[in-house]
Design a protein around this ligand. Structure first.
Ligand code: 5GP
Length: 224
């Protein structure tokens, strides 16, 4: 999946062809990334969620196939060996990975793809398709806010929450590898910021492969 190795051209909203992009959101758990991802998918046309595979147990309220593909360790290993994952990593003793084929299909069908993955997965995607990756790191406004959100989810045991708090600091140390940093003081503001990033990135000259033809046609009309 190096840049140019697959056909990502599609017609943008303004009629100019462009390459599809892979929009990555990472953050320590509890910083609001899942809520942001849902808002983006619900409100932004042309953006499709990449549903990861994981070996971790399903939490209350989660749906297989929507939140994750919940699979066993043996199946995960099989996917790794078969080259079916675009990237994968071990997080909190569980395995997580991005199934390759839905991503390639979405990009080929003219959609941008949203990834909720950690820094390890982001590094792997960057190695494979640097020009097509736009990465955003979401930070909580404070440690107290992060702890409050982890508790209010009420999905994890106290031990698991403590573990996540301990790891948050380590995860955050990767912030400088990301293109954009959003501090989630308020979910609506954070959404507006992430939406602005996506809008601007969709307009980037290098992605807009149809611009040469578009401008030539404009010039042809002007010089008639
Ligand atoms: P959770 O168990 O809270 O759903 O997710 C734990 C962490 O795993 C989060 O930081 C999430 O972004 C990350 N994660 C989820 N899916 C993937 C994936 O497919 N690949 C990688 N590398 N990380 C993932």
């Amino acid at each position: 999946m190096t840049a140019g190795s697959h056909d990502l051209d599609r017609v943008g909203f303004d009629g100019v062809e462009r390459r599809g992009l892979m929009f990555v959101l990472s953050s320590p758990s509890g910083a609001g990334k899942t809520t942001l991802s849902r808002l983006l998918i619900d409100r932004i046309p042309g953006l499709k969620m990449s549903v990861s595979a994981t070996t971790r147990p399903m939490r209350p309220g989660e749906i297989d196939g929507r939140d994750y593909h919940f699979i066993g360790k043996a199946k995960f290993e099989q996917m790794v060996k078969g080259g079916e994952l675009l990237e994968w990593a071990t997080v909190f003793d569980n395995r997580y990975g991005t199934p390759r084929s839905p991503v390639e299909k979405a990009l080929a069908a003219g959609q941008d793809v949203l990834f909720d993955i950690d820094w390890q997965g982001t590094q792997q995607l960057r190695e494979k398709a640097r020009a097509d990756i736009v990465s955003v790191f979401i930070l909580p406004p404070s440690a107290a806010d992060l702890e409050r959100r982890l508790h209010s989810r009420a999905q994890d045991s106290a031990d698991v929450i403590r573990g996540r708090m301990n790891r948050a600091s380590h995860e955050m140390s990767h912030w400088a590898e990301y293109d954009y940093i959003v501090i989630n003081h308020d979910i609506d503001d954070a959404f507006a910021e992430v939406q602005s990033i996506l809008k601007a990135e969709r307009l980037k000259r290098e992605r807009r492969t149809g611009l040469t033809t578009f401008v030539r046609e404009l010039q042809r009309q002007l010089e008639k």
